[in-house]
Design a binder for this molecule. Structure first.
Ligand code: GDP
Ligand code: CA
Length: 328
């Protein structure tokens, strides 16, 4: 079987780690391949280095090197480089980068500087983290540099656009966002293998990643949404909201910015043209319409086992939709 998933950072990575655990513990699913299409709208250039936060969270989480408590960054990291940069007065100082993490960014920037496409760089990094041995192919959504910006009211008058990371990390999404603008997205081509992975998949999964600034950005890459509409695979998603609130992060602020309520039904509406199955929390009211097929489950990924159970439930729903004759 071939599963393809779209993913942002922490929510996506934890779900996919659960999926791999579920595949390992289920003999009938042996040999299953997983292709992950990662969001690169979060990418940012800091201190001359290209940083890909969501891709790196996926690499570190699936590769066993993540800082569990934070959910991002490397386990057991130190901060000597950042300390020295601060003493030098280098900016910005609101984005934390650990020393081991810096190694990733230096390596990536070196290869990009030599003209290597991001997808190839990611494949090198994935080899370091042993993803292939786990049956995983990680693809950036595009090789074209794209960056999500947030339009906010400026002090005094008018408005200005700031990098998504500045809004998210520095301002903790407390500055009301008017809208999101993704620089470079219109002209971006899907990275090699992305459309094929969606078209040829047996199952497509949408982890509980941020629907606006993670999944929503991937869906904006020209061709991706059409591939999802056209795929023969059932598409099953997991809501990032529990009782109307994001489990972590600021998905509610992102939904507000695009004029939506913070509900699992509103999130499903963003995927309405291709979503076949939808997992919502037991605490969330959502009636079971004909499409998507709604399944209530505990959505909190409170442990690796809970994540594996959640991923297993998503996969089971997808397989039952497949057996029921494919897509609605
Ligand atoms: P980011 O790029 O690091 O922000 O990560 P993602 O976009 O992949 O995921 C962020 C989303 O994951 C947030 O909207 C969270 O609500 C959601 N999330 C995090 N932990 C959980 C969880 O345990 N269960 C569910 N259902 N969603 C979660
Ligand atoms: Ca992210």
């Amino acid at each position: 079987m071939h599963i393809t998933a779209l993913a942002g950072g922490v929510g996506g990575a934890r779900f996919l780690r659960g999926l791999l655990a579920h595949l390992r513990r289920t003999p009938q699913l042996a040999g299953t391949r997983l292709t992950v299409v990662g969001n690169t709208g979060d990418d940012i250039t800091l201190f001359g280095l290209r940083v890909c936060p969501d891709i790196d969270t996926l690499l570190y989480t699936l590769g066993g090197g993540i800082d569990e408590a934070q959910g991002w960054g490397r386990a057991d990291d130190t901060h000597h480089v950042a300390g020295e940069l601060a003493r030098l007065g280098a900016t910005p100082q609101w984005f934390t980068l650990g020393d081991r993490d810096f190694g990733t960014h230096v390596f990536r920037s070196q290869l990009l500087g030599q003209g290597m496409p991001l997808s190839e760089v990611v494949s090198r990094l994935a080899a370091r983290w042993g993803l292939d041995e786990q049956g995983v192919t990680l693809l950036p959504m595009t090789d074209t540099p794209v960056e999500t910006h947030v339009v906010v009211a400026a002090d005094g008058e008018g408005r200005r656009a700031i990098h998504f990371q500045e809004w998210w990390v520095r301002h903790q999404a407390r500055v009301p966002a008017e809208r999101f603008v993704v620089a470079g997205l219109d002209g971006a081509a899907p990275a090699p293998g992305v459309l094929d992975a969606l078209r040829s998949a047996d199952v497509v999964l949408l982890p509980p990643s941020n629907p606006v600034v993670s999944i929503g950005i991937i869906l904006g890459v020209p061709g991706v949404r059409d591939a999802l509409r056209g795929t023969r695979a059932p598409v099953v998603g997991v809501s990032p909201l529990v009782a109307g609130r994001p489990v972590r992060g600021h998905a509610d602020a992102c939904l507000r910015a695009i004029g939506l309520e913070s509900t699992s039904a509103a999130v499903a509406g963003l995927y309405a043209d291709f979503l076949d199955g939808w997992l919502v929390d037991e605490a969330d009211p959502m009636s079971s319409a004909a499409s998507p097929r709604v399944l209530h489950r505990p959505l909190l990924m409170s442990s690796p086992e809970a994540s594996a159970d959640l991923a297993g439930a998503a996969l089971e729903l997808a397989m039952s939709l497949q057996q029921a004759g494919g897509r609605a």
